[in-house]
Ligand binder design. Structure first.
Ligand code: NFS
Length: 675
C-alpha cells in the first residue's frame, strides 16, 4: 500500500491526538509515525474502546454463571436503604469488596511469584546447580540470614569462627523458599516492621501465615456464597497485601540484591532516544532480572561485541522497558527506553532488532506491531507465551543461563541486517542518577561510618524537608501519559517534599530530567534544595522496580528507628501516591502501604465508586485501625496538596510544625521583621 493510501486510511479511523495523549515529545512523535504507517497503538485503542462504567465502579459481579450481575450506582446516588442486589443477594458492598480482594490477590501473586522465581534461582545457586550466577552481595546475605535466625558464626575448639558463606546461603535459601508455603507460624519478615505496627497487625488478626495461603484464602472467600461481609473481606485483603509487601516482594528484592548486587547510584540516560541507529538494539521488557541480568552480561562479552561488529553494527545497545528497565538500570546503568505505554513505540522506531520479554505488563499487541517490522519478539518464560505465530519462544533455563542468553543476543545481532531503511529514532533523552537502595540512602546521608537516617529525620524536624512522598506505579492509557507523574512530583518538590520513586513513575521522572542532582535548584523549595545540594543527591530518589516498593517500607522503618518522628510509620510525615495506576499489582501495593500506616492517594478512578459504604470504609474508617487510608484524586495539583496536607497534619501531631514556619520565612518576611 502506498504511503498516501495508508495516510487516507488512517484519517478515516478514529485515532489518538498525539499531543493530548502524552507529554513526552518522543512519544508524540512515535504515535504520529505509527499512525502514518497505519499501525494501531494503545493510544488509538483507548480512543475507540471505552471502559465499562459499571466495571469501573467496582460493582459488576462475574463470580458465578447466574451473572454477570451489574449493580451500577443510580444517577443521583442512593436515597434511603440501598436495595441493589445480585441474584444471590450479594450487595454492592460485597461485590465491590470481592472484586477489590481479587485484585489484591492477583497483584500479590504477580509480585510474589516473581519473588518465588528468584528464590528458586537462589536455591539452585546455593546448591551449586546454576554456575552462571554468583552471590554478589554477601553482606546483604548475612543481614537477611540474621532475620531468619540463621547462625552466621560457629563455636569450634572453644573459638568463634565465621561459618562458610555457601553453607549459610543454602540454609537461607531453604528457609526463604518455605515462606511461600510453610504450614505453621507467620511470615519471618513481619518482625522487620516497627514494633508498634507489628503489634497492631497482631491485635487485628492480620499477620500473614505464608504467601500462598493468603492468596488462596482470598480466592476461596470471594467464591459465590462464602464471605458476605465487606469488612471481613477487606481484612483478608490486608493479610494478603502484607504478605506481598512484607513477604513476597521484600524477599524478591532482597534475594535479587544478594544475587545481582544491591544498587548504588549510577548515572545513565533515559527515553526512546537511547536507541542507536548504528547499533544492534535489544530491548529488555518485563520484570524478573534473572533473565535480563544474564542478557546484560552476555551482551557485554567481547565475543558478542565482536560478533555484532562482524555483522556490520558498531556495538550492542541495550535498553529497558517497564520494571526490567529499573532492574538493569539500578544495577548496571542500562538506560531505560521508556515506560509501560511506550513498549509498542520502541518497536515502531524500526530500530528494535529484538525485544525480549519475560513476565507482566507485556502487551499482546506487541506481536502485531513486531509483524510490521523486522523485530524479533522473543518470549522466554514458561508462564507467559503469546499465541501469534511471529513470536519466538526461547525458554530461559537458569541452569544454562549464559548459554541461553548468548543464543538470544546472537539472534538479535543476526537480525540487524534485516532492518529496513525506514528508521526513526526520536532524538530525545535525558540524563539521570538512579539506584538508591535503603543502604545507599543511609550512606549518602551519613557516610560509611555514621550512616543513618538521622540526617533525614533531623532535616524533617528542623523543617528544611517538609516530609517524604513515595510516588510510584504505572501509566494508564486513560490519562495523559506521564502528565500526572510529573506534575505531582514537581508540586511536591516545590513544597519541600522529598520524593522516593519506583516502577514506571520512576521511569517517567527519569525521562523528564527529575532524577539528577541539578534538579534540586530548578524545582525544589529552598529547604529541600539546600539539603539536596549539601548532600549531593537528587530530590527524587529512584528506588527501583515495583517489587522494590518493599525498599520504601524499609526506608520508612529506618526513619522510625532513627528517632524523633514517632514510633510507627503512621506517625511519620509521609504519604504515598500512584498517579496513573492501572494494574492489579498497584492495588496490592496501595493496600500494603495503607495498612502499613501510609496515607495513599491514587490518581485514576478506583473501583469503589459504586459501593459508597465500602468506599467510606477504605477512605475514612480504615485509618482508625491501621493509621493509613486510601484516597483518590485525579487532578495532579490537588492530588499533591492532599498529600502535603496530610504531611502537615503529621508534622503538627509531632509538634514540629513550628520549626517549619520559621524556615519558610522569605525575604519579604525578613524585611518586615527588620523594619
Ligand atoms: Ni508496576 Fe512494573 Fe509499570 Fe505498572 Fe507495570 S511495569 S510492576 S505494574 S505498568 S509500574
Amino acid at each position: 500500500m502506498s504511503d498516501e493510501k495508508k495516510e487516507k486510511g488512517a484519517a478515516a479511523k478514529k485515532l489518538a491526538d498525539p499531543i493530548a495523549a502524552s507529554i513526552d515529545i518522543s512519544t508524540q512523535e512515535m504515535i504520529k509515525r505509527a499512525q502514518r504507517l497505519d499501525i494501531d497503538t494503545v493510544f488509538d485503542r483507548a480512543v475507540t474502546l471505552k471502559p465499562c462504567n459499571i466495571g469501573m465502579q467496582g460493582t459488576c459481579c462475574k463470580n458465578c454463571a447466574m451473572g454477570p450481575c451489574r449493580l451500577p450506582l443510580p444517577k443521583g446516588g442512593i436515597e434511603g436503604e440501598d436495595q441493589r442486589k445480585g441474584l444471590c443477594g450479594a450487595t454492592a458492598n460485597t461485590i465491590a469488596a470481592r472484586n477489590f480482594a481479587r485484585m489484591v490477590a492477583a497483584g500479590a501473586s504477580a509480585h510474589s511469584d516473581h519473588g518465588r522465581g528468584v528464590a528458586e534461582v537462589f536455591l539452585s545457586v546455593a546448591r551449586k546447580e546454576s554456575h552462571d550466577y554468583k552471590i554478589k552481595d554477601p553482606i546483604k546475605l548475612l543481614q537477611i540470614a540474621k532475620c531468619f535466625d540463621i547462625a552466621v558464626t560457629i563455636e569450634e575448639d572453644g573459638e568463634t569462627k565465621d561459618r562458610d558463606i555457601d553453607e549459610i546461603a543454602l540454609e537461607l535459601a531453604e528457609k526463604a523458599i518455605a515462606e511461600w508455603g510453610k504450614p505453621e507460624g507467620e511470615l519471618t519478615y513481619l518482625k522487620r516492621a516497627p514494633e508498634a505496627l507489628y503489634e497492631k497487625w497482631k491485635k487485628n488478626g492480620v499477620l500473614p501465615r505464608n504467601v500462598d495461603r493468603e492468596v488462596v484464602e482470598i480466592m476461596h472467600r470471594t467464591h459465590i456464597g462464602v464471605d458476605q461481609d465487606y469488612k471481613n473481606i477487606v481484612k483478608q485483603c490486608t493479610r494478603c497485601a502484607i504478605a506481598d509487601g512484607w513477604g513476597g516482594s521484600m524477599l524478591g528484592t532482597d534475594l535479587q540484591d544478594v544475587l545481582f548486587g544491591s544498587p548504588t547510584p549510577v548515572q545513565s540516560e533515559a527515553d526512546l532516544g537511547i536507541m542507536k541507529e548504528d547499533h544492534v538494539n535489544i530491548i529488555l521488557h518485563g520484570h524478573e532480572p534473572i533473565l535480563s541480568e544474564m542478557i546484560v552480561a552476555a551482551a557485554q562479552t567481547q565475543e558478542m561485541i565482536d560478533y555484532a561488529k562482524e555483522k556490520g553494527a558498531k556495538g550492542i545497545q541495550l535498553g529497558g522497558i517497564c520494571c526490567t528497565a529499573n532492574e538493569v538500570l539500578q544495577r548496571h546503568g542500562i538506560p531505560p527506553a521508556g515506560t509501560f505505554l511506550q513498549q509498542e513505540l520502541a518497536i515502531i522506531t524500526g530500530a528494535c532488532d529484538a525485544m525480549i520479554v519475560d513476565i507482566q505488563c507485556i502487551f499482546q499487541n506487541l506481536a502485531n506491531v513486531a509483524k510490521c517490522f523486522h523485530t524479533k519478539l522473543i518470549t522466554t518464560h514458561p508462564i507467559a507465551r503469546m499465541e501469534q505465530e511471529n513470536v519466538l519462544h526461547m525458554e530461559f533455563d537458569e541452569h544454562y543461563a549464559m548459554e541461553d542468553a548468548k543464543k538470544i543476543v546472537m539472534l538479535a545481532i543476526d537480525n540487524f541486517k534485516n532492518r529496513g531503511s525506514d528508521v526513526e529514532i526520536p532524538r530525545y533523552k535525558d540524563v539521570q542518577v538512579a539506584g538508591f537502595g535503603v543502604e545507599s540512602i543511609k550512606y549518602h546521608l551519613g557516610g560509611s561510618f555514621r550512616g543513618s537516617y538521622y540526617t533525614l529525620n533531623d532535616n524533617i524536624i528542623n523543617g528544611r524537608i517538609r516530609g517524604v512522598a513515595g510516588v510510584v506505579g504505572c501509566n494508564n492509557a486513560r490519562t495523559k501519559h506521564n502528565e500526572e507523574h510529573i506534575e505531582i512530583v514537581k508540586e511536591l518538590l516545590k513544597n519541600d517534599v522529598l520524593v522516593l520513586t519506583t516502577g514506571c513513575s520512576a521511569l517517567a521522572c527519569s525521562t523528564h530530567g527529575l532524577l539528577k542532582p541539578e534538579t534540586a535548584a530548578v524545582y525544589c523549595g529552598p529547604g529541600l534544595a539546600e539539603v539536596c545540594e549539601t548532600v549531593g543527591i537528587p530530590p527524587v530518589l529512584h528506588m527501583g522496580s515495583c517489587v522494590d516498593n518493599s525498599r520504601i517500607l524499609l526506608a520508612a522503618t529506618e526513619m522510625v528507628k532513627a528517632g524523633g518522628l514517632g514510633n510507627d510509620i503512621c506517625d511519620l510525615p509521609v504519604a504515598g501516591s500512584a498517579p496513573e495506576w492501572m494494574s492489579e499489582k498497584a492495588i496490592s501495593i496501595g493496600h500494603y502501604f495503607v495498612v502499613s500506616g501510609v496515607y495513599t492517594v491514587f490518581g485514576y478512578q478506583m473501583p469503589v465508586e459504586g459501593a459508597p459504604q465500602f468506599k467510606k470504609y477504605l477512605y475514612e474508617e480504615y485509618e482508625k485501625v491501621f493509621g493509613g487510608k486510601w484516597d483518590c484524586e485525579p487532578d495532579p495539583i490537588k492530588h499533591a496538596h492532599k498529600m502535603i496536607a496530610h504531611i502537615d497534619k503529621k508534622r503538627q501531631a509531632l509538634g514540629i510544625d513550628k520549626a517549619r514556619e520559621r524556615i519558610l520565612m522569605d525575604m519579604a518576611d525578613r524585611q518586615a521583621l527588620e523594619g
